[in-house]
Design a protein around this ligand. Structure first.
Ligand code: NAP
Ligand code: SF4
Length: 678
């Protein structure tokens, strides 16, 4: 009997003529920080080796600069000399040994370089970097092209199967292709043909340098998302020029880094931009790759089955689960640890100059350091609290061979995840919960829901882990017991009908989440669930008639369901503590909806008329129906204190250990790290 293949399009090989990829999944380029130091290449090799083991069709490395002008930051990754080849060989060998294929991305950052040596077609500083680039002379342009060619030759020498030439996201090549940064009047600027000559020269000279049997991916900015980006005809012309110049595959790039439209964060609908690739595909003969917010095999399969693209690129989902493709092939998709598009441990780390990892998979980029090896002695382990820390600890410990009992006093697992999943745009948390529900079962954890474990119940266990979490920090404003004061938990759990005017005390992560939640009407679907609604909200032209996809397109965010004041005592800008790569989106989203954000607030009292505040000595009454307290968290330590009194030793993890700056990234990492050594 024929075996039905669950994802036939995704798992179909792709014949490139001189080589065949085993399936349609490209592990997209993602800078991890491991590329930047010679000493970290063994770790980089181990990281990619696991993804090759996981059966991904083709890997693309994080960006490697072709010369120091193209550095991301001083002394970051570079391939400009033979001396740097051996470290890359470690990576290519590790991948090839596992039957994988790997391309090196050549990334010249141009004016996005975070260093004083950066260059651009014209000396115009970007709005997101502090360094003004030097405008390239004609000889300087020639030198950059030669650097690409040299890097391509060296990549071949290092054993790579190909290169990806990064022409999107607002980096150097993209700076040449648009009038936004290219104000030149020589052969490298002016009309579209002259602006993309730089890209064309690079691709064609690289092709000549390495011959026909080497993959050259050209990553093309298909939608700049900046008003002076390219129009659609120019995008098509450029793609066709890259094809003629010798590109094997055309990959999709969406949005410059300085664009103020989210492109990959969690509020972006899944597969939100594959329609752009679909528009280009019929204009080319080479295969095209689509990207952005593709995080399950089914989403990828649907995109390919519709004919939007020939391949799908996933970067973060492969960080979250190295075995993504293998699990899909073995019809175990429900076992995939899904990327929730939070950016908290990957891009936020990269932009904060830390090594990237993954919130849901703290092993990512730490494959040589954090390993879940079989336990030398099986123990009985009690884990109290089934929030992210407890779940991570219990499931990893059980997988290592321990006999684990997980006690949860509520009727469901998930802890704070159950709050997060209710916030519009954060629906992906539902899938992490599904993953953990499955993982509890698969790993053999003995789950006790609606069970309060005390010292007595824990007495006979070899190890006790307390992941008892947090509760809301009480605040001491006069009138805090007034019936119009609510906790964020009551609001998210739908226990109260919240009025039309609301003040939120506390503008941290949860204050922002609550403001987002309350700005949506109960029956209003989140724009993260509809590509059309998302495009309307952020002002993207789905017909591609507008230059850059956005010029003169009015963003039409839905009006807020309530009048909301988001308050904090600090003088700083509200939302400063939010993630580096997502904070601006949360702020902009609330501003679009007319949420009032106030800093420097002193809470005077709460009364029948509302919340009395003062700002720099000036008193104000916010006549609100409800006041929601989002003033941070404090650790739940009752059980820890009781065990201490009884003289029992235990491990304290997650919010129970440290409530300040608690987040799921910290909780899952702590739970996993402890479980690895129990
Ligand atoms: P938080 O980020 O620490 O924010 C607490 C807020 O309450 C601050 O705005 C603080 O501002 C205020 N506050 C603190 N003590 C107060 C007091 N005694 N009276 C009145 N106001 C007080 O905590 P959170 O919002 O509960 O978030 C918890 C964790 O989850 C954080 O680490 C956060 O990063 C994470 N999280 C992140 C996101 C996200 O990135 N989108 C979303 C949800 C949660 P003032 O002291 O200036 O008043
Ligand atoms: Fe995805 Fe978040 Fe992990 Fe990044 S940190 S890979 S966005 S789950």
């Amino acid at each position: 009997m024929a075996v039905e293949i669950r994802y036939p399009h995704l798992l179909a090989p792709l014949d490139l003529g001189f080589t065949t990829l085993k399936n349609r999944v490209l592990m997209g380029s993602m800078h991890t920080g491991l590329e930047d130091h010679k000493r970290d290449y063994p770790k980089l090799a181990a990281y990619f080796a696991e993804r090759a083991d996981g059966e991904v069709g083709l890997i693309v490395t994080g960006g490697i600069a072709p010369n120091i002008r193209g550095w991301t930051s001083p002394f970051s990754s570079l391939l400009a000399s033979r001396l740097q080849v051996p470290r890359h060989k470690l990576v290519t060998r590790a991948v090839h040994d596992r039957g994988g294929k790997i391309c090196m991305q050549i990334l010249h950052t141009g004016r996005y370089g975070y260093h004083p040596l950066c260059v651009a077609p014209t000396a115009i500083r970007s709005p997101i970097t502090p360094f003004k680039p030097r405008g390239l002379s004609a000889r300087g342009v020639e030198r950059q092209i030669r650097a690409y060619v040299r890097a391509t030759r060296l990549a071949r020498k290092a054993g790579y199967d190909g290169v990806e030439i990064m022409g999107s996201e607002g980096y150097l090549i993209n700076q040449f292709t648009t009038t936004r940064v290219n104000k030149r009047s020589d052969q490298w600027g002016g009309n579209a043909r002259d602006r993309y000559r730089f890209a064309e020269e690079i691709v064609s000279r690289c092709r000549v340098a390495v011959g026909e049997d080497f993959i050259i991916i050209y990553r093309l900015s298909m939608l700049d998302l900046v008003a002076d980006g390219n129009d659609w005809d120019e995008v098509v012309e450029q793609a066709q020029a890259a094809e003629r110049a010798g590109a094997t595959l055309i990959n999709t790039g969406i949005g410059w880094h300085e664009a103020r439209i989210p492109t990959i964060a969690t509020m972006v609908p899944r597969g939100a931009f594959s329609w752009v690739t679909a528009r280009l595909r019929p204009q080319l003969t080479v295969p095209v790759i689509t990207t952005n917010r593709i995080n399950t095999p089914q989403v990828a399969e649907d995109i390919l089955a519709r004919g939007d693209a020939d391949m799908v690129s996933m970067a973060r989902p492969l960080l979250a689960d190295a075995e993504f493709v293998k699990k899909a092939r073995e019809d175990r998709a429900q076992e995939i640890n899904i990327c929730i598009a939070c950016n908290q441990a990957c891009l936020d780390h990269t932009f904060g100059r830390q090594i990237a990892t993954c919130l849901v998979n703290p092993r990512a980029c730490r494959e040589t350091e954090l390993n879940y090896l079989p336990a030398s002695k099986a123990k009985t382990v009690a884990v109290v609290g089934a929030g992210p820390a407890g779940l991570a600890c219990a499931t990893v410990a059980a997988r290592r061979g321990h006999q684990v009992s997980l006690f949860e006093q509520s009727g469901e697992i998930g802890g704070q995840f159950n709050m997060a999943k209710k916030v519009p745009g954060k629906e992906e948390f539902n899938h992490s919960l599904d993953y953990y529900r499955g993982e509890v079962e698969r790993s053999g954890v003995n789950l006790h829901l609606a069970t309060r474990a005390g010292p007595e119940e824990l007495r006979d266990f070899d190890e006790i882990v307390l992941a008892t979490g947090v509760h809301p920090r009480p605040v001491t404003v006069p009138g805090i017991d007034h019936p119009r004061v609510l906790t964020y938990i009551d609001v998210l759990n739908g226990k109260v009908m919240v009025g039309a005017k609301v003040a939120v005390i506390g503008a941290g992560g949860i204050g922002f989440d609550i403001a987002e939640f309350l700005s949506h009407a109960e029956d209003q679907p989140s724009s993260s669930q509809s590509i059309e609604a998302f495009a309307r909200e952020w002002g993207i032209d789905l017909d591609l008639r507008a230059r850059g996809g956005v010029k003169n397109v009015q963003a039409q965010p839905p009006a807020s369901a309530r009048e909301i004041w988001l308050l904090q005592r600090k003088a700083s800008k509200p939302g400063k503590s939010l993630g580096k790569t997502t904070g601006w989106i949360h702020r902009l989203s609330l501003r679009h909806r007319g949420v009032h954000m106030l800093s420097n607030v002193t809470y005077e009292r709460i009364g029948d008329k509302g919340l009395h505040i003062s700002i720099k000595g000036e008193t104000r009454l916010l006549e609100v129906d409800h006041i929601v307290v989002c003033a941070g968290q404090v650790s739940n330590t009752n059980l820890a204190e009781a065990l201490t009194t009884n003289g029992r030793s235990f491990h304290l993890i997650g919010g129970a250990q440290k409530a300040a700056e608690l987040d799921a990234k910290f909780a899952i990492r702590e739970g996993s790290e402890l479980a690895a050594v129990l």
